[in-house]
Design a protein around this ligand. Sequence first.
Ligand code: AMP
Ligand code: ZN
Length: 114
Amino acid sequence: MNGCLFCEIISGKRQTERVYEDEHCLAFRDINPQAPVHLLIIPRVHLGSLNEIDAAPDGLLHRLMRAAHEIAKQLKLDQKGYRIVINTGPQGGQTVFHLHIHLLGGRQMHWPPG
Ligand code: AMP
Ligand code: ZN
């Protein structure tokens, strides 16, 4: 989608180090990390937010979650634990309107989140 920051990362117009990629999604480091490990996992297709999930190809969310788990295993976060976050809409704290999963780990997480 024109003018979408994350679509520019997918197309290669904007450079970033890809820590994981497959047919459906890719992952890269968040520019403003909130934990020792803070990655963003994004689908290759543009969806503005989780609110558009009905327009997504079947099984896409499952693919994203599998990718998150695969990355967590590769980084050896799976035993100690990690957090998956999908901020949705302005009050949900979403600032980039291309669906993405935050994968946070490497420190103790707290509840409730801010
Ligand atoms: P959200 O607030 O859930 O929409 O998350 C958007 C995230 O994208 C924030 O954590 C930002 O730090 C991150 N971000 C914004 N621009 C970039 C970029 N060019 N590369 C990596 N992460 C970015
Ligand atoms: Zn996009």
